[in-house]
Design a protein around this ligand. Structure first.
Ligand code: BTN
Length: 260
């Protein structure tokens, strides 16, 4: 197993200070604590393994040691905080673009927080605000299934990895380091579009949207909404057509499932 090297991931052309640890509870929890202790934006923490990895809605994020990419970034976006929800959209685009650059795959964004390959989840994003003594910051956690082949039974129908999607010779593993470098580059490029260039970014997100055109059931503030995913608006919000003919935008959702 090749281990990730902070030296290889630290690119002087990028604003990130990358650290790699072998094992940690959760990279997002660690960065939150670092932020509270005064750490500056730009720290990126990768872990080969997490003992308390978290997903959205109190889900656990499980991944075998050394096979995938699990990391968090400490951010203070240079834009009004009202625009910070754009970070998740831009980060999802960054992950897609990096995968496209590195592999013969066409990943899709499943609004609002997931990346899909071949109709299955390959990556999840978790953006969490943290109030520090120097102001508000954002911890962006990313889990990307790279080389995992076996998923727990409850995920085996809905999750995949990049390795399973490209299906090279069975004994080969995908090289995580070049993928991680590509993601860090793309994150810098895409996150710089939080103000100028965001509407063009939304066109690129729309081209990669997994949801558009599908009948879906979304849970928003505990309430179920059923309808067809029509489009993304200029803010990246999902525009839904409801069965009564009305149209409603959703700015976020706890869960979104396709209805078949
Ligand atoms: C989701 O799909 O629900 C979001 C998953 C986010 C998982 C990543 S792995 C690195 C970082 N540390 C965590 O504890 N969670 C995020």
């Amino acid at each position: 197993m090749t281990v990730l090297s902070a030296t290889a991931l630290n690119d002087p052309a990028l604003p990130w200070r990358v650290q790699v640890v072998e094992e940690i509870g959760s990279t997002s929890d660690a960065l939150r604590e670092a932020a509270l202790a005064g750490e500056d934006a730009g720290l990126v923490l990768f872990a080969e393994s997490q003992t308390a990895g978290r997903g959205r809605r109190q889900n656990r994020w499980l991944a075998p040691k050394g096979k995938d990419l699990m990391f968090s970034l400490l951010l203070r976006p240079e834009a009004a905080t009202a625009l910070w929800p754009r970070v998740t959209t831009l980060a999802a685009l960054a992950i897609c673009r990096a995968i496209e650059d590195e592999l013969p795959l066409w990943p899709r964004i499943k609004w609002p927080n997931d990346v899909y390959v071949h109709d299955r989840k390959v990556a999840g994003l978790l953006a969490e605000a943290v109030t520090t003594s120097s102001g508000l910051m954002l911890v962006l956690g990313i889990g990307l299934n790279v080389n995992t082949r076996d998923f727990p039974p409850d995920l085996s129908d809905t999750a995949t990895s990049l390795l399973s999607a490209v299906q090279p010779l069975p004994q080969l593993l995908l090289e995580r380091e070049s993928l991680a470098r590509a993601i860090l580059q793309q994150l810098h490029r895409q996150l710089s579009r939080i103000e100028e260039g965001f509407h063009e970014a939304i066109s690129e997100v729309r081209e990669r949207s997994w949801l558009l055109g599908r009948q879906i059931r979304a849970t928003v503030d505990g309430r179920e909404i059923f309808g067809r995913a029509l489009d993304l608006d200029q803010e990246g919000h999902l525009i839904m057509a409801l069965p009564d003919g009305s149209i409603t935008p959703l700015s976020s959702a706890e869960s979104v499932r396709q209805v078949v």
